[in-house]
Design a protein around this ligand. Structure first.
Ligand code: HEC
Ligand code: HEC
Length: 451
């Protein structure tokens, strides 16, 4: 197979694009974003050191907050999944991914549209609604509330069901610092170079800390958040049952004792969610296995990965905005350590239908709070959210060698299984993979094992 020569930024080279699109059977060229000459490589590593955004001592203190095991007196529950962020984000170090997966369910309404789940608790007397998440744990019944039966279970009526794997968070400060325009341009370049076969969806989502403001979502399997502070508040409430100034309402008040919001500011003026966000923003990106990456097989696999079209979605290199740029509705400013940095997530952070969609639309009250419908969010469109039903964010492949369970549901156990499971928008590309010789297929897998 002939390999594509390296190309310059796609949207700066219309001639190349025209050549690629007139040969229908040709694999799409890899998407390459323009990188300013002043840009530098972002640091990588699993060494628990700061990427330079804060001092190491601050980073260690923030990591302690991320690792801390919360108790009922701290506000844990009433419904929850685990006691610490680290319980699900730990491999190989705090902020990585893990084998823990979660349950999400819903059903179709009479109009054929997706509806969030209705989960009865308290012997059917209370219904938890506005969510797709089903919490696996509850603090009751306990000694103080022996009669409080609040465990969530999936009722037979919630017929659309999936598990969702925990995600890697290391390097996410870089992802947060990518401009909306970069993601929008990637989506355009995909449509142009594949005649619309591959068309990533960029979705505007609310920024909780800047009511009314939105950005292109990039975090979570459904791109439900664009800000790490918003995601931290969402996770604190929905994974651990701990309320904050951004999401001050408990999922249920049954057998709830701790005062609301559960978490307020400490002596430094920071709440836990501020520390989680600052911790994540200062993590280094996952490092490659440089020994494997240098082998002839992995090097050949790397070229084939681009040549057969994997890099149309699994975009190799992204670049962050300049230091000093205000993000997230002006609530966050990019520090020099995160400004104009190139990094290699092997993902476009866009939503695609690759035939694996679980039929679940993100639940807006769950992620943005029950008041979400009362705020007018710029560019936010409920119809666009509805169109994500069978889409999943391209899984960024950085650190994929550390994940034994693959895809959003964790149901693919080998890299080959994950690749051949790609259909829908990726069918042409996965067919090209199938047609490769055994040794070329193995080369791509060797390359993935080096990421
Ligand atoms: C019970 C397991 C669990 C716990 C505890 C947990 N998470 Fe997660 N986390 C997940 C899962 C599962 C996802 C993917 C969710 C989805 O999109 O459906 C995720 C996704 C994320 C993401 C998006 C990452 C990306 O790159 O897309 C962030 C950020 C995050 N979690 C932060 C946190 C923080 C901060 C805490 C602690 C307050 C926390 N999580 C606690 C399981 C957990
Ligand atoms: C149209 C966009 C697209 C193309 C082209 C594409 N992928 Fe993917 N890839 C995705 C999406 C979306 C997911 C997540 C699917 C899910 O979780 O259900 C994914 C997931 C994966 C995963 C699982 C990673 C994890 O952490 O779970 C691997 C491995 C992977 N892709 C490799 C490849 C390879 C190799 C190619 C080329 C043969 C390729 N992909 C082509 C969009 C694409």
């Amino acid at each position: 197979m002939r390999l594509h020569p390296a190309r310059r930024a796609l949207w700066l080279t219309p001639v190349t694009v025209a050549l690629a699109t007139c040969r229908v059977s040709a694999p799409p060229p890899p998407i390459q974003v323009p990188v300013p000459s002043t840009a530098a490589e972002a640091p990588t590593g699993f060494d628990d050191q700061s990427n330079g955004a804060v001092d190491d001592s601050i980073h260690q203190a923030d990591q302690e907050a991320f690792d801390e095991v919360e108790e009922i007196a701290d506000g844990l529950g009433p419904l929850y999944n685990a006691q610490a962020c680290r319980e699900c984000h730990q491999n190989p170090t705090s902020g990585g991914a893990s084998q823990i997966s979660e349950l999400r369910v819903g059903h179709l309404g009479p109009d054929g549209r997706f509806r969030n789940a209705d989960i009865p608790i308290a012997r059917g007397n209370v219904v938890i609604s506005g969510r797709t998440l089903v919490n696996d744990r509850a603090i009751c019944p306990n000694a103080a509330f022996p009669d409080s039966e609040i465990q969530e279970r999936v009722p037979d009526t919630e017929t659309i069901r999936t598990t969702r794997a925990s995600l890697n968070l290391l390097g996410d400060g870089l992802v947060e610092a990518v401009a909306d325009e970069t993601l929008i341009e990637i989506a355009r370049a995909q449509r142009r170079t594949t005649r619309g076969t591959i068309r990533g969806q960029a979705l505007y989502v609310p920024i909780l800390e800047a009511p009314g403001e939105t950005r292109i979502g990039r975090f979570g399997w459904k791109d439900q958040h664009a800000s790490l502070l918003s995601f931290s508040a969402d996770a604190y409430l929905n994974e651990m049952g701990i309320t904050s100034r951004l999401l001050p309402d408990e999922v249920t008040t049954l057998c709830n004792t701790a005062p609301e919001p559960n978490n307020t500011t400490d002596a430094d003026g920071l709440a836990d969610i501020d520390r989680f966000a600052r911790f994540l923003r200062a993590t280094k990106a996952p490092a490659r296995d440089t020994v494997l990456a240098a082998t002839p097989a992995a090097r050949r696999g790397s070229e084939l990965f681009d040549a057969i079209g994997c890099a149309t979605c699994h975009v190799r290199t992204l670049v962050t905005v300049a230091a000093g740029t205000a993000l997230n509705g002006g609530t966050d400013t990019i520090p020099p350590a995160l400004g104009e940095k190139t990094f290699h997530p092997f993902g476009d952070f866009l939503l695609h239908n690759v035939g694996t969609g679980d039929g679940i639309v993100m639940a807006m009250p769950e992620h943005y709070g029950p008041t979400v419908y009362k705020v007018v969010w710029k560019e936010f469109s409920i119809d666009s959210v509805g169109r994500t039903r069978n889409k999943v964010r391209t899984a960024p492949l950085w650190g994929v060698r550390l994940r034994p369970r693959l895809m959003h549901d964790g149901a693919s156990l080998t890299l080959r299984d994950a690749i051949v499971r790609h259909r829908g928008e990726a069918i042409g590309v996965s067919n090209r993979f199938r047609k490769l010789t055994q040794s070329d297929q193995e080369a791509i897998i060797a390359f993935l094992k080096s990421l």
